[in-house]
Design a protein. Structure first.
Length: 113
């Protein structure tokens, strides 16, 4: 039997370290979503892939989230959307969306006079 070679190239996603740069966090989440679509990753594997693309503070924090859930008798988070909500709640400033909205409202087009 001859193995079929894929013409699709591999896509890489950078590792997120849990720093306080919100733009980097949003870029990472967006890159992960694009990777999942491109590679057709099923839901059961998304959380695991998120975890292997974490490092440093974020890894420590995520491990603690899962340990706390276990202590409370809850199951591990296995749905990527729930994981993303937890990540955003932890690493995004509470007023981030309000600040982005204000910036959008303050955009002005330059005059061409």
């Amino acid at each position: 039997m001859i193995a079929k070679m894929s013409t699709k190239s591999k896509m890489e996603v950078f590792i997120y370290e849990g720093n306080l740069n919100v733009d980097e966090l949003m870029d990472w989440i967006d890159a992960m979503d694009k990777y999942f679509d491109y590679e057709e990753v099923n839901e059961a594997n998304k959380v695991n892939f998120f975890v292997i693309r974490m490092k440093g503070n974020q890894t420590l924090w995520w491990d603690e989230v899962q340990v706390k859930r276990k202590r409370k008798g809850k199951s591990k988070i296995r749905i990527s959307d729930r994981m993303v909500v937890k990540i955003k709640n932890k690493f995004m400033p509470k007023d981030y969306q309000l600040n982005i909205f204000k910036q959008l409202q303050n955009l002005r087009q330059k005059s061409t006079i």
